[in-house]
Design a protein around this ligand. Structure first.
Ligand SMILES: [Zn+2]
Ligand SMILES: [Zn+2]
Length: 289
């Protein structure tokens, strides 16, 4: 089906294991309608976390070249599909990291460039990367997740110039708790203002499928994957939310666009009739076919 994978990484992300060409080839091979290449830009990262910055101009030049190459190399595919499907799209994206300390700096830096799609994500909480586990020490899930949701809301309000809120449950993905799921019921106090903000401002809620794949989203203490609570999607809908984005967060070709059909069924089940992607920062709603 002609899904859009709105969250993929290329060689411009330091932790990616695929090139842009591999990313595009995987997506075309799986019959997707398009992908966004959303490399990491995290400014002012905590010490020892490595640099998550990239040469945006070089990345965008390469995307533009790739689009040219697509016309050549997959022109044939598009010819075959002519009349049935629209040409494959490669969208210029970025995944910016939200931290109180870097919001202004990141806004100024990113403003020099034009994107199709901007994902805003939390990767660091109070100077720590949950990925490494020490963040959870001495904290209950309510404390560890609650603090992250608080920061997510305050930095998203301040950053504002983004299209998609990335992996809202990143903090749970790597958590060591036996039950590490984020349910609406339990975290309603934190999720309600966040979902309302997204709905009121036409921003997309991302279903980051990496969080729900066992072995991919392993935490420090458990290899269990998260379960996505559909009530979160339902409440987003209740608040008037319309834009739902599917993103694999793929760092290697195998995961590009994986299981999107299942997620699309979940999305429809919660009352949505469309998925969306962003082109030149405007939402495009589509029904996969
Ligand atoms: Zn991320
Ligand atoms: Zn990502």
């Amino acid at each position: 089906m002609n899904f859009f994978d709105n969250h993929t990484h290329s060689e411009f992300s330091p932790d990616s294991r695929m090139t842009m060409e591999q990313d595009i080839a995987a997506a075309v091979g799986k019959g997707l309608g398009g992908i966004a290449i959303t490399d990491h830009l995290d400014l002012d990262v905590p010490r020892d976390s490595g640099a998550f910055v990239f040469d945006i101009a070089a990345q965008q030049k390469k995307i533009a070249e790739s689009i040219g190459k697509i016309d050549e190399t997959i022109g044939r595919i598009n010819d075959i599909q002519k009349g049935k499907k629209k040409p494959f799209k490669v969208l210029k994206g970025i995944e910016v990291g939200l931290q109180p300390v870097s919001v202004r700096h990141t806004l100024d830096y990113v403003a020099q460039f034009k994107f199709d799609t901007v994902i805003a994500s939390i990767h660091f909480v109070d100077g720590q990367d949950p990925y490494f586990g020490s963040y959870y020490k001495g904290k209950t899930p309510m404390q560890a997740y609650g603090r992250t949701f608080e920061l997510m809301l305050s930095t998203a309000l301040e950053y504002e110039d983004f299209d998609i809120l990335g992996h809202f449950d990143y903090v749970a993905r790597y958590a060591p708790y036996d039950d590490k799921n984020v349910t609406y019921k339990e975290f309603a106090n934190y999720l309600e203002p966040l979902l309302k903000f997204l709905a009121d401002n036409g921003k997309a809620l991302e279903i980051n499928t990496k969080s729900y794949e066992a072995g991919v989203s392993h935490g420090v203490g458990t290899a269990k994957a998260l379960k996505f609570d559909l009530n979160i999607l339902r409440r987003f809908r209740d608040f008037g939310g319309e834009a739902v984005s599917l993103g694999s967060d793929a760092h290697d070709p195998d995961r590009v666009g994986n299981n999107f059909k299942t997620y699309w069924q979940m999305v429809q089940h919660c009352g949505f009739k469309y998925l969306c992607y962003f082109e030149r920062r405007k939402p495009v709603f589509y029904r996969p076919e």
